[in-house]
Design a protein around this ligand. Structure first.
Ligand code: PHE
Ligand code: ZN
Length: 876
C-alpha cells in the first residue's frame, strides 16, 4: 500500500519537499500594507514595492520572503540597503525592530512567461494570475493566504498600446505622463491575501452596465475583451447581474465595492479567477453569441461567472488559512453555483449533469493513485490539488450538510459562518463548527468526509413480509483502501429514500435515512404488497450504490418514480446491466447468468420516453443518452475497451433502428422550433441532435444527408456542432465537406477552432489516430495556448477505445505531449498524467505499456515538480 512515507522516499520527491497540513504555523511576520508601482511593457516590467512589515508574536526569527523568479534588484529596510540571503525558495534577512518598511524592486519579462503564472503577456495584453503561488513570481513576498494586506497599485504604461490599466478595488486617479505614457492608481480597501491580487493592461473594449445592491449602492460593472469580441459579452453580463441578485436573495450577501470588472484572456490555465473586484476569465467562459457558442457553452458561462462572483464572499471576504483548506472556498462555491444554475434553469437536469460530471472525473480519481481527501493532508505542488475531489466532491459534502439541515437551518449555519469569520482566513473546521452551531447539527462523525478519500460503497436490499405488511430496508457500507488510508472508519451517509406502492404508483412521503453504522436495518409498516425501493434520490450522498433490485423494478421506477434523478438513474442502471451482460456474452456462451433486462424491454422503455408528455425535451435528451464508454469501463474490474465499444455501439444501433420512426418524428418536430434561448427551444435543440445521433447509429441510408442538412441549415452553433459531431464519426463524403466548411467559416475565431479540433479527436471515426497525427502538425496547433492543447488532446485521451488502442500508440502520443509541454507549462501538463495513472484498471499488456510511459516521463531531466508528483504517485 502506498503511503506518505513511500511518497517521500522516492529521490525525485525529496526536493522540493512534501508539505504537511499538520505542520501549519502562523506566519512569523505579516505585511499590513502593500504599495506597488508597475512600469509595464510586454518584454520588460519593472516593479517597485513598499511593504509594511509587522512582527507576529514574540520571537527573534528573520523575515522570510517567498520568491520564485525575479530576485530583488534592490532591497531597503527603513531606507537602508539590506544584505539579504537566499534561503530555500526565498530570501531572508534580519529585522531588529517589530515594525519596518521594506522597499524592493524587481524586473520581469512577461512575454517569456509561458507558465502563465505571475505576470504574463497574452495577445498583446498583460495580466496576472496569482493563485495559488504566483505572486512570488512578481515580487518576493510572504505569499500565503493567511497574510492579508491592503493594496494600493500604481500602473504606468504606453497609452496607445495599453489604454486600459486595471487592478483590484476602485480607481483613485489616472492621467497622462510624458512620452505617450499614462498612469492609473487603484486602491482596494479590503485586506486580502496576495493570491487575490491582479492587474491588467491592454487595448481592450468594455461592455458596461450597473447593478444596485439591496442597500442601494450602485456598482459599475464592466467586461473587458479584445476589440472585435465586444458583441459576445451580453450573456456573461446578464449572468453577472443575475448572480449578484441571487446571492442577495438566497444568502443575504451583498457586493462590497463600487466597481466589478471582468477581463477575458485567451491564454489561461484554468477557467477563471476571482481576484477581488477584478475577475480574470479564460475567454471561453465569457464570449458567446448564437453563431459561435452552444447552449452548453451558454450554461458554462453562466455557471463560471456565478462561481467567480460568489467567491467574493466564499473565498475573498472569508478566505483560506492555508492551501489544505482549499475546499473551504471551492467546494462551497461550487455548491453555490450549482444551486444558482439549478434556479436559473432546470433543477433536475442540472443535478443529472453534475452527478454525471462527478462520476466521470471524481469517482475515478477517488479510486486511483491520486485519491486524496477533500482536505488533503500533504502536497508537493499545490497546483495539483485543484481537483475534481476538492471542487466537486467538496460541493457534495456541503450539499449533504444542506440536506441534513434543511434550507432554513442551512442558511442559519452559513449566516453564522460569514458573520463569525468575515475578514478572516478560516479553516474547513471553522465552517463545520459554524454549521453545527448555526444549523443545530451534530457533525462529529460527519467530519470524516473531510478526512477520508475514496467513494463509499453502499449495499441496499428491501425485504418484504406479506404476513405482517412489513418492508425492511437492509443497508451496509464498505470502503476500499486508498493511498495512505488502508482502513477507514464508518461514515454518516444521508440517503433520501421512498418506498413506491406498486398499485398506487406513488409513495407516502420521503424519508432521510442516515446510514451511520456498518450495517443497519429499518422497518416500514403497512405494505400489503412489496413496494419498490427508490433510494439515494437526487443523489443525496456521493456513494456507489449497489441495490439488489429486479430489472422489472428498475423499469417500474423509470416509468413511475416522481424523483427525476431517480428515473434517470434507473434507466442508466438498466442499460448498464444490459451492456455488461452483452460484454460478457462476447466471450461466448457459458459465461455469467444473464439477469439483465432484455433488449426488447429497453427498447420499450426508450419508446415510451421518446414521446412521454410528462417530461420536457431537455430531460428527455438527458435520460435517453447512453452512458459513456469510460463510465462503463468504471463498472468493470478490468476495462475492456474494444468490447465496451462494440457492445455500446450495437445497443445504440438497435435503439436507433427499432425506434427509427419515432427518432425521425422527434427530429422533425424539434427542427421546426425556431432559435431562441427559451427553455423549450433549448430542449428542442438538445433532443434534435440526440435523435440525429440515433438515426446515424441506425446506419439509415439517408443519415449523412439529414446530418449534413442540419449542419448546413443551422442558424446557431448548437445545431451546427451537434450535426458536425455526428458527421465526424461517419465515413461519408459529407464529413469532409462539413469539417472544411466549418473550419473556413470560423478561421480566426480561436474558441470555435478549438471545437473543430475537439470534434475530430473525440469522434468514433475508425481513423481518429491518424487524424490526430495530422492535427498535431496543423498550422493552428500550438503548445503555448492551454485551450488549444486541451481541445486537441483531452477528447483524445477521453476517447477510450482510441486512447487505449491495444498497440499502445495512444499512450506514446500522450507521453510525447507531456515531455514537450512540461518545460513550457507544468501546471497544464500535470493534468494529463491521470489517464496514464489508471493502468491498474487495464489488462497486463496495456498496464505494462502505460507504466512504461510513466517511467519514460520520470526519466526526463529537469521534470517539473507538478509532473513529478503526479507520476511518482501514479507509479506507486
Ligand atoms: N480559484 C479559481 C476558481 O475556482 C481557480 C483557479 C485556480 C484559477 C488557480 C487559476 C489558478 O474559481
Ligand atoms: Zn473557485
Amino acid at each position: 500500500m502506498a503511503d506518505i512515507q513511500t511518497a517521500t522516499a522516492h529521490p525525485a520527491m525529496q526536493d522540493p519537499p512534501v508539505i504537511y497540513r499538520a505542520d501549519y504555523q502562523p506566519p512569523d511576520w505579516r505585511v499590513e500594507t502593500v504599495a506597488l508601482e508597475f512600469d509595464l511593457d510586454l518584454s520588460a516590467a519593472e516593479v517597485h514595492a513598499t511593504l509594511a512589515l509587522v512582527r507576529n508574536g514574540a520571537h527573534d526569527r528573520p523575515v522570510r520572503l517567498d520568491c520564485d523568479g525575479p530576485l530583488p534588484q534592490t532591497l531597503d529596510l527603513d531606507g537602508q540597503p539590506v544584505n539579504w540571503r537566499s534561503e530555500g525558495h526565498g530570501i531572508a534577512f534580519d529585522v531588529p525592530t517589530d515594525r519596518a518598511t521594506v522597499t524592493l524592486t524587481t524586473r520581469i519579462a512577461p512575454d517569456t512567461n509561458t507558465q502563465l503564472m505571475g505576470l504574463f503577456a497574452s495577445n498583446g495584453m498583460l495580466c496576472t494570475q496569482c493563485e495559488a503561488e504566483g505572486f512570488r513570481r512578481i515580487i518576493p513576498f510572504i505569499d500565503r493566504p493567511d497574510n492579508m494586506a491592503v493594496y494600493e497599485v500604481l500602473l504606468r504604461a504606453d497609452k496607445r498600446r495599453f489604454p486600459v490599466l486595471l487592478s483590484n478595488g476602485a480607481l483613485v486617479e489616472s492621467g497622462d505622463l510624458e512620452d505617450g505614457r499614462h498612469y492609473a492608481r487603484w486602491h482596494d480597501p479590503h485586506p486580502k491575501p496576495s493570491y487575490l491580487f491582479a492587474l491588467v493592461a491592454g487595448d481592450l473594449m468594455a461592455t458596461r452596465d450597473s447593478f444596485t445592491t439591496k442597500s442601494g449602492q450602485t456598482v459599475d460593472l464592466a467586461i473587458f475583451v479584445r476589440a472585435g469580441d465586444e458583441g459576445r459579452t451580453a450573456h456573461a453580463m446578464q449572468a453577472l447581474k443575475a448572480s449578484m441578485a441571487w446571492d442577495e436573495r438566497v444568502y443575504g450577501l451583498e457586493y462590497d465595492l463600487p466597481v466589478f470588472n471582468i477581463v477575458a484572456v485567451s491564454d489561461f490555465n484554468m477557467g477563471a479567477m476571482e481576484n477581488k473586484g477584478l475577475n480574470i476569465f479564460n475567454s471561453r467562459y465569457i464570449l458567446a453569441d448564437p453563431d459561435t457558442a452552444t447552449d452548453y457553452d451558454y450554461d458554462a458561462i453562466e455557471g463560471v461567472v456565478a462561481h467567480e462572483y460568489f467567491h467574493n464572499w466564499s473565498g475573498n471576504r472569508v478566505t483560506c488559512r492555508d492551501w489544505f483548506q482549499l475546499s473551504l472556498k471551492e467546494g462551497f462555491t461550487v455548491y453555490r453555483d450549482q444551486c444558482f444554475s439549478a434556479d436559473m434553469g432546470s433543477e433536475a437536469v442540472k443535478r443529472i449533469e453534475d452527478v454525471r460530471m462527478l462520476r466521470a472525473s471524481q469517482f475515478p480519481e477517488d479510486a486511483g493513485p491520486l485519491a486524496h481527501p477533500i482536505r488533503p493532508d500533504s502536497y508537493m505542488e499545490i497546483s495539483n490539488f485543484y481537483t475534481s475531489t476538492v471542487y466537486n466532491k467538496g460541493a457534495e459534502v456541503i450539499r449533504m450538510m444542506a440536506t441534513m439541515a434543511g434550507p432554513e437551518r442551512f442558511r442559519a449555519g452559513c449566516d453564522l459562518y460569514f458573520r463569525r469569520h468575515d475578514g478572516e482566513a478560516a479553516t474547513c473546521e471553522d465552517f463545520v463548527r459554524a454549521m453545527e452551531e448555526g444549523a443545530s447539527l451534530d457533525l462529529t462523525q460527519f467530519r470524516r468526509w473531510y478526512e477520508q478519500a475514496g467513494t463509499p460503497q453502499v449495499q441496499a436490499r428491501l425485504e418484504h413480509d406479506a404476513a405482517t405488511g412489513t418492508a425492511t430496508l437492509h443497508l451496509r457500507q464498505n470502503f476500499a483502501a486508498t493511498p495512505g488510508q488502508p482502513v477507514k472508519p464508518l461514515m454518516p451517509i444521508p440517503l433520501r429514500t421512498a418506498l413506491i406502492d406498486r398499485d398506487m404508483k406513488a409513495h407516502r412521503g420521503e424519508t432521510l435515512v442516515m446510514l451511520t453504522e456498518a450495517e443497519q436495518s429499518l422497518q416500514f409498516e403497512g405494505y400489503a404488497r412489496a413496494p419498490v425501493l427508490s433510494i439515494n434520490r437526487g443523489f443525496s450522498a456521493p456513494v456507489n450504490l449497489d441495490v439488489a433490485r429486479a430489472s422489472g423494478d428498475l423499469a417500474f421506477l423509470v416509468r413511475h418514480d416522481d424523483d427525476p434523478f431517480a428515473r434517470y438513474e434507473a434507466l442508466q442502471q438498466l442499460v448498464i446491466d444490459r451492456l455488461i451482460a452483452d460484454i460478457a456474452a462476447l466471450d461466448g456462451p457459458g459465461g455469467a447468468e444473464d439477469h439483465a433486462v432484455s433488449l426488447d424491454e429497453i427498447i420499450a422503455v426508450f419508446g415510451d420516453l421518446v414521446s412521454d408528455q410528462r417530461i420536457d425535451d431537455s430531460m428527455r435528451a438527458e435520460i435517453l443518452s447512453l452512458p459513456t464508454e469510460a463510465f462503463l469501463g468504471e463498472q468493470m474490474l478490468v476495462v475492456r475497451p474494444e468490447a465496451i465499444h462494440a457492445a455500446r455501439r450495437a445497443l445504440r444501433k438497435a435503439i436507433g433502428l427499432r425506434l427509427l420512426d419515432p427518432w425521425r418524428i422527434v427530429h422533425e418536430r424539434a427542427s421546426a422550433v425556431p432559435y431562441s434561448l427559451s427553455r423549450e427551444a433549448r430542449g428542442a435543440r438538445k433532443v434534435k441532435s440526440l435523435a440525429l445521433g440515433y438515426i446515424a447509429s441506425a446506419e439509415a441510408s439517408d443519415a449523412a444527408a439529414i446530418a449534413f442538412d442540419q449542419f448546413a441549415r443551422a442558424d446557431n452553433m448548437t445545431d451546427r456542432q451537434g450535426a458536425l459531431a455526428i458527421l465526424a464519426s461517419m465515413q461519408a463524403d459529407e464529413r469532409e465537406t462539413a469539417l472544411d466548411s466549418f473550419y473556413n467559416r470560423y478561421q480566426g475565431n480561436a474558441l470555435v477552432i478549438d471545437k473543430w479540433f475537439s470534434l475530430q479527436t473525440g469522434s468514433a471515426h475508425p481513423r481518429v489516430h491518424e487524424q490526430m497525427l495530422e492535427l498535431i502538425r496543423h498550422k493552428d496547433f500550438t503548445l503555448t495556448n492551454p485551450n488549444r492543447v486541451r481541445a486537441l488532446y483531452w477528447p483524445f485521451v477521453s476517447n477510450q477505445a482510441v486512447f487505449h488502442e491495444a498497440s499502445g500508440r495512444g499512450y506514446e502520443l500522450l507521453t510525447d505531449l507531456v515531455l514537450k509541454l512540461d518545460p513550457l507549462n507544468p501546471q497544464t501538463t500535470a493534468r494529463f498524467i491521470a489517464p496514464l495513472g489508471r493502468w491498474r484498471r487495464f489488462d497486463e499488456a496495456r498496464a505494462g505499456m502505460m507504466r512504461g510511459c510513466l517511467e519514460r516521463i520520470l526519466a526526463q531531466p529537469g521534470l517539473s515538480k507538478d509532473v513529478t508528483e503526479q507520476v511518482v504517485k501514479s507509479l506507486e
